[in-house]
Design a protein around this ligand. Structure first.
Ligand SMILES: C[S@@+](CC[C@H](N)C(=O)[O-])C[C@H]1O[C@@H](n2cnc3c(N)ncnc32)[C@H](O)[C@@H]1O
Length: 267
């Protein structure tokens, strides 16, 4: 058994994300937004980091790019294979870790990640890897959840009910703060550009939305699994707090989920 705390943390994440596939209908439109924002062109070599069911990778491949997609979770890669078969595009899918990319230095013209690399526990390791496999002059672009908005605040709430992560693990929504993003990209890049967009999540009620998220979103799924077994009263309290957090973002049967886009050029 692996006792390395970071490896154990990733193993738990891998289990948690196994049920994410139904949410691909929500991340499909934002995938097109990211691919356009990055300016992907036919013939370019593109890497989709933490690709999930492949929504970004397939969008780039449909433009004629030569695409690799890598993710920690095999169940999502099975779905990605099926999605690329249906889309009639060739993509090299690989199971692997954003913190240890199995590619040579400077292999890619474009490195992308949609709500993905932000879940790698050690940001400095993930970004070093993403920049390593990118060519000088190449484009890195990603979409992330800001800490002060719905999804970022949800992660903070979920985290407050979980045991503390191992030392060195950073909260994912830090990747949604432009100041932190600038710091993490550091002097390795130029021409940093930020933008924002909105994901509209249809829902008939807040408990209805919560039920979907509890079954599909990794960190939430793990929390509910833990509290159902250990402390149902605390689970009830969590759900009450969660619904209160969501309420201001819910209008016209839509949960409003705003996100940050970042693009930069490697020096
Ligand atoms: C919110 S999903 C996003 C999936 C996809 N990019 C999309 O937009 O639909 C987060 C993804 O990050 C992956 N992930 C989490 N930690 C990872 C890591 N260390 N390395 C690679 N993938 C990771 C999960 O398996 C999951 O597919």
């Amino acid at each position: 058994m692996n006792e390395d705390p970071i490896a154990k943390f990733k193993a738990a994440q891998k289990e948690g994300w196994a049920y994410f596939a139904p949410l691909e209908s929500l991340t499909t439109p934002s995938a097109a937004r990211l691919v356009k924002f990055a300016g992907v062109r036919a013939g370019e070599r593109v890497l989709d980091v933490a690709c999930g069911t492949g929504v970004v990778a397939i969008t780039a491949a449909r433009l004629g790019a030569k695409v690799d997609g890598i993710d920690l979770t095999p169940q999502l890669l099975d779905r990605a294979r099926e999605n690329s078969r249906l889309a009639e595009v060739e993509i090299n899918w690989r199971e692997g870790d954003a913190e240890a990319l199995p590619f040579a230095d400077g292999e890619f013209d474009v490195v992308l990640s949609q709500f993905g690399h932000m879940f790698a526990p050690r940001p400095e390791v993930a970004i070093r890897e993403m920049l390593r496999v990118l060519k000088p002059g190449g484009t890195i672009a990603f979409s992330t959840w800001p800490p002060e908005l719905l999804i970022g605040r949800s992660f903070t709430l979920v985290g407050s009910y979980m045991p503390p992560p191992p030392p060195g693990v950073s909260p994912p929504p830090q990747w949604g703060d432009p100041n932190i993003v600038r710091e993490r990209l550091g002097t390795a890049v130029t021409e940093i550009v930020f933008d924002r967009d909105r994901m509209n999540f249809p829902a008939l009620s807040l408990p209805g939305y919560r039920a979907v998220i509890e079954r599909t979103a990794g960190p939430m799924l793990k929390l509910v699994e833990m509290l159902s077994a250990s402390d149902p009263a605390r689970l009830t309290q969590f759900r009450r707090e969660y619904d209160a957090l969501l309420a201001p973002y819910f209008e016209n049967n839509i949960l409003r989920q705003d996100y940050l886009l970042t693009r930069a050029r490697k020096r």
